[in-house]
Design a protein around this ligand. Structure first.
Ligand code: FMN
Ligand code: 173
Length: 390
């Protein structure tokens, strides 16, 4: 039980007579603006940009405007409970840090800094297959803090199996399999800037330390990085996969398996049929199919199919506490936060990510209370209405 949001507000206002010269932004748009100033064009647009004309990036944000919270009064919201239960574990809030690759292009401390921040805030951190530091090093700095592993299903089944083994051995407690990126989409800014971080060897920490990956090389990645990078580009994505292949993952891990990138109701049926443990409704932050449905728009349709049989999570467009509450009201059990954390990382490293998470948690807590609910798990469709002029 907590009043976390009130405490954070108080802490801020107490600095009134003693302003902090290192004060970090509160407003989401300011984080993005500050990140724009500290990052070069290549990395900034890599992070902030989307696929094609960025229609889906806009749809993600617009989808939140199409739903309104309808606050309820006089319901004793003095002490709130932000916890959520997933796969037999109780997590302290419905927030998670989305898997984001190549964080070394954003800050020299990269995912080590963001993982430490997540651990400090007790927000689960999802390590990307394309993390800059190897997954073991990230696990080490996190101690006992909650962490999941995101799998990019490699063309080489031995590498895929090896990643799963390594994640399990390093204390990751679930596997997020990203299905929407068997190849990179047409990303206009990256093409314009001629910027692809992997070709510079960024984001390959897990591959270059992997025995299965390295066994296929003629010389080590340290001796011949160019060949290792070329081998990575040829094996990273696996567009030949089908639903039947899900059994391979189940054979190679005992961890709960979540499919990330589900948008189509038919795919939700297939996910149930093939017996996965969870779904993440996501369009990869608008970075893959330009013109794809907004993630929040897809969410209720997926939840209608799933009927609570397995947990449904979502990401793509979460920027503030109200977004979190709307996603939960439409059926998500938890949400992943992507770019906001990365702007925090760009601006102030570990401290920046901590601040972004702290603010989003506080905003979520206050929005929950003011909406008339004292428990995250009690938020449901009665808390929202579709905008009338839609
Ligand atoms: C720079 C960047 C790198 C990403 N890398 C990965 C990745 O390695 N694996 C993955 O599953 N998703 C990746 N994503 C997608 C995020 O996990 C998440 O779906 C998306 O950022 C959510 O949308 P938001 O940024 O609007 O919050 C990446 C996103 C960004 C912005
Ligand atoms: O850039 C991305 O969206 C992404 O998912 C990715 C894929 C491979 C390596 C790093 C990031």
């Amino acid at each position: 039980m907590s009043n976390y949001g009130n405490q954070v507000q108080l802490k801020v206002y107490q600095t009134m007579h003693n302003p902090d010269p290192e004060r970090l932004p509160v407003v989401y748009e300011e984080w993005e603006e500050r990140a724009r100033h500290v990052l070069e064009d290549g990395p900034y647009y890599y992070v902030a940009g989307g696929a094609g004309g960025e229609k889906t990036m806009s749809s993600n944000l617009r989808a939140f405007d199409r739903w309104n919270i309808v606050p309820k009064m006089l319901r004793n919201v003095e002490d709130r409970d932000l916890t959520v239960d997933l796969f037999g574990t109780t997590y302290s809030s419905p927030l998670m840090v989305a898997p984001i690759g190549v964080q070394s292009i954003i800050h020299p401390d990269g995912d080590i800094a963001s993982a430490k921040a997540a651990a400090a805030m007790n927000v689960p951190f999802i390590t990307s297959s394309a993390s800059s530091a190897p997954l073991e090093e990230i696990a080490k700095v996190m101690g006992d803090a909650p962490r999941w592993f995101q799998l990019y299903w490699n063309k080489d089944p031995e590498v895929t199996a090896s990643f799963l083994r390594r994640a399990e051995a390093s204390g990751y407690s679930a596997v997020v399999v990203t299905l929407d990126t068997p190849m990179m989409a047409w990303r206009e800014y990256d093409l314009k800037n001629v910027y692809l971080p992997f070709l510079l060897g960024e984001g390959l920490g897990n591959y270059f330390t992997d025995p299965a990956f390295c066994s296929k090389l003629e010389s080590s990645p340290q001796e011949d990085p160019t060949s290792a990078i070329m081998h990575w580009t040829q094996t990273f994505g696996n567009p030949g996969l089908t639903w039947e292949d899900i059994s391979f993952l189940k054979e190679h891990t005992n961890l709960p398996i979540l499919l990330k990138g589900i948008l189509h109701p038919e795919d939700a049926k297939l996910a149930l049929h093939y017996g996965v443990d969870g779904i993440i409704v996501s369009n990869h932050g608008g970075r893959q199919v330009d013109g794809a449905i907004g993630a929040l728009e897809a969410l209720p349709h997926i939840c209608d199919i799933v009927q609570g049989e397995i947990p449904v999570l979502m990401d793509s467009g979460i920027r503030r506490g109200a977004d979190v509450v709307k996603a939960l009201a439409l059926g998500a059990k938890a949400v992943l936060v992507g770019r906001p954390c990365m702007y925090g990382l760009a601006v102030a490293g570990e401290r920046g990510v901590r601040e972004v998470l702290q603010n989003m948690l506080a905003d979520t807590d206050l929005t929950l209370a003011l909406s008339g609910e004292k428990a995250i798990r009690e938020v449901d469709r009665t808390n929202v209405m579709k905008a009338e002029d839609d």
